[in-house]
Design a protein around this ligand. Structure first.
Ligand code: DX5
Ligand code: ZN
Length: 220
């Protein structure tokens, strides 16, 4: 099953409820929520209060991408705010195994994100513990950047490694994905597609439906 996860980073924050409702009603499976701390990445976005205030908008999965140093510090508060899946960066966790265990112990799914220059092999020891791996296809920090092509090879390598272990772990790709390149990303082995600027421009509902149509065609 292929899932679209629109990133609300590119939404109009003044109309966040309507924007979320539009993509949810059009069939997006997850709502991708980019949390930035101004340390792990240069930019600052939003945190728990915003997650909490949009929680009543939809029952869709809240997929929280923590671009934050030592994100374990906020795991409990993010759970309380309404996160279903907490995705932390390998590069931001000194004790990754402990952070992943903490996320699970709080009743959330656990994902680990890798920056473009981080090899997928770094997750070898912990792969079986993960619900999702996020392969970043841009350097995290901003929406609207250009897709980095070499990250496709990482997705292929990771999918084949998972298959050899008999795992059906989700692979999410985030950054620079649009209607023009989403097929390549799916072909490489990703099954959760994040799209920010490609969804929240013009009509988010129409854009969501266009992505879902691509997914259907790919699965045929
Ligand atoms: C980048 C964020 C992404 C971003 C994607 O740091 O993690 O989720 O919002 O935006 P687009 O799809 O515009 O690259
Ligand atoms: Zn993201």
């Amino acid at each position: 099953m292929i899932i679209l996860a629109p990133s609300i980073l590119s939404a109009d924050f003044g109309r966040l409820r309507e924007e979320i409702a539009a993509v949810a009603d059009a069939g997006a499976g997850y709502i991708h929520i980019d949390v930035m701390d101004g340390m792990f990445v240069p930019s600052i976005s939003f945190g728990m209060p915003v997650v909490k205030s949009i929680r009543p908008c939809t029952e869709k999965v809240f997929d929280v991408h923590m671009m934050v140093e030592e994100p374990g510090r906020y795991a409990q508060d993010m759970k309380a705010a309404g996160a279903d899946l907490l995705c932390v960066h390998q590069e931001a966790c000194r004790h990754l195994d402990r952070t992943v265990s903490l996320i699970h112990s709080l009743g959330m799914k656990a994902g680990v994100a890798l920056n473009p220059a981080t090899p997928v092999d770094v997750l070898d020891c912990i792969l079986e513990q993960l619900d999702m791996v996020l392969v970043m296809s841009v350097n995290p920090g901003f929406g609207g950047q250009k897709f980095i092509p070499y990250t496709l090879e990482k997705v292929r390598r990771l999918r084949s490694r998972l298959q050899s272990l008999g795992l059906s772990t989700d692979i999410q790709v985030d950054g620079g994905v649009g209607l023009g390149n989403v097929r390549q990303v799916l072909e490489a082995g990703a099954n959760i597609i994040v799209a920010g600027s490609a969804v929240f421009c013009g009509s988010p509902a129409d854009n969501t439906r266009a992505f879902l149509k691509e997914f259907e065609e790919f699965e045929r």
